[in-house]
Design a protein around this ligand. Structure first.
Ligand SMILES: [Zn+2]
Ligand SMILES: [Zn+2]
Length: 337
């Protein structure tokens, strides 16, 4: 089968691999679509290291073509989305319910062969069935949606709270829909690209802000009588926008570090300010126990994921897909084997 992985030098290559054997608890799926995540772009562009010879791609949906002898709840022709993260269930964090912080965490598409291939074999417990009335391709956004849900859980949003989302990429636009659905008061979205701002507005944002030509902090202060918003979700991962987030939040507010910053980025924070303004700074990592809710939201058509698919690229053109995904214009680039 055709598949995309890194060679020993860290270069993205397309090559033929054998379809692995299906063990008793496994399923074999034919990949329908797999999203190119920012983390994949970082690895394919050499910014972060990835494991050689592992097929990448962790945001995918497929159709089951074979089930292992021990698999009970799934059958061939089922459309499934994949939770890529596999905790050990044995370490201190797993035993305390924080499976995403597992010390032995492995991930499909990172440590184990993933979705940038024609087929993928995975443990059946990592698969979640999509109902048949849902366009399968949106399933490629189920995992990002599950990550966004964990972020919302972390900020513990209350109805009527004002929220600023910095960054209108796929995740920022999913988060916009979740906070609107969740009853936020005013929802502000800051995003340089007009097409994405328009989508955010369509999803119910109260006010969209162009951070290049408008003064974000000025607008937030004006709109909130100088107080700032209750919650800021930073969905970019740059030092500049994280510092903006801390300035835009009200005293007593919460800032969620949702965007993935490069590992070596540092910011300067005043501990006195965190103390005196009683700020809560929160992190959010992947998708613990949120995949079922993601599938429910998709099944109930409570989120609109289709407009977030900006490009669909055949697997043999994945390098072009990575180039498109690394521009700010694209939202989610899907690879179709
Ligand atoms: Zn991802
Ligand atoms: Zn563990």
């Amino acid at each position: 089968m055709l598949s995309a992985y890194l060679d020993e030098k860290g270069e993205l290559v397309l090559g033929e691999k054998e379809i692995p054997e299906v063990k008793s608890d496994d399923i074999l799926i034919k990949v329908i679509a797999c999203g190119i995540c920012g983390t994949d772009v970082h690895v394919f562009k050499g910014i972060n290291r990835g494991k050689p010879n592992v097929i990448r791609g962790h945001e995918f949906v497929g159709e089951i073509v074979e089930v292992g002898s021990g698999v009970k709840d799934l059958r061939t022709k089922d459309i499934v989305v994949v939770d890529p993260n596999i905790p050990c269930m044995n370490c201190f964090q797993c035993r305390n319910g924080r499976v995403h912080l597992c010390k032995n965490l492995t991930a499909i598409g990172v440590d184990l062969d993933g979705g940038f291939a024609e087929y993928c074999v995975l443990p059946s417990k990592q698969a979640y069935k999509l109902p048949s009335n849902i366009e399968p391709i949106v399933g490629a956004l189920a995992e990002p949606l599950a990550c966004a849900l964990h972020g919302i859980d972390r900020v513990d949003l209350k109805e009527g709270e004002d929220v600023l989302i910095i960054g209108g990429g796929a995740l920022g636009l999913i988060l916009t829909q979740l906070v609107v659905n969740g009853g936020a008061g005013r929802v502000f979205v800051s995003e340089p690209y007009k097409e994405k701002r328009d989508l955010a507005f369509g999803f119910g944002a109260t006010r969209v802000i162009d951070p290049i030509n408008e003064d974000l902090l000025d607008i937030i202060k004006k709109e909130t009588n100088g107080r700032g918003v209750d919650v800021v979700i930073e969905a970019v991962g740059s030092d500049k926008t994280i510092l903006q987030a801390i300035k835009a939040v009200s005293d007593g507010g919460r800032v969620l570090f949702f965007g993935v910053a490069p590992e070596d980025v540092k910011i300067e924070i005043s501990p006195f300010e965190v103390y005196r303004r009683e700020l809560t700074l929160l992190g959010s990592f992947v998708n613990p126990f949120t995949m079922e809710r993601a599938v429910s939201l998709i099944s109930g058509r409570r989120v609109n994921l289709y407009p977030l698919i900006s490009d669909i690229i055949p697997l043999h053109d994945i390098k072009k897909g990575v180039d498109i995904a690394s521009t700010g214009r694209s939202i989610r680039v899907l690879v179709k084997p």
